[in-house]
Design a protein around this ligand. Sequence first.
Ligand code: ZN
Length: 226
Amino acid sequence: MPDGVSWKEKLLSAIFPARCALCGRITRGGRRVCARCQEKNPPNAQFRRLEAGSSGLEVFCVTPYVYKGQVRKAILQFKFRGKREKAAGLSEALVLALPPRWQTADTVCWVPLSDKRLRERGYDQSELLARKVAKEIGRPCRKLLTKIQENQVQHTLRREERKKNVQGVYRADGGQIYGKRILLIDDIVTTGSTLGECAGELYRAGAAEVHCAAVVTAIGDGNHEF
Ligand SMILES: [Zn+2]
């Protein structure tokens, strides 16, 4: 097709018009965040420096949004109320926040749920984000990390407890990691313990470079509802 849109995509967008990831209204021209929400919640790339587990290294994490208002509502729906279609709009914002160099990573991966949690929820929200991001930037997406232990839900814990709570909980699986530049995706970054631990695991497995990206940053009192 001359305009680069396949008949299949045209048909799908006629049946399922694009909806704004934040307010849910139908948007024009296939946009994933409507103009009104874009204006109210402008994506603003913020960088945080995280400790990469116990590796002694550091990683940077970029987030386009702060966890509040409409964005917070959208994340809660995406994560807990089965609204998996939100992945499209939220990952679009993620891609916009990525520095150009990070977009040339060898592989995109994500912070995985445990098998048990995945069965309960039916989908892994961070995997959905990672797959969309990978497609958008034209890089492969692979499951490089496995959650090998159930732990307490992070948001119930204080900062210092969070760090301990994630130690040894994730395992990176070797072959595709050594010498690679990896982009690690999650939905929310709070204290950064989980992303940091996963990044540390990737470094331990020989990754050359790890960069992190999450949709929202939520720093503070630990009383967030997620
Ligand atoms: Zn909207």
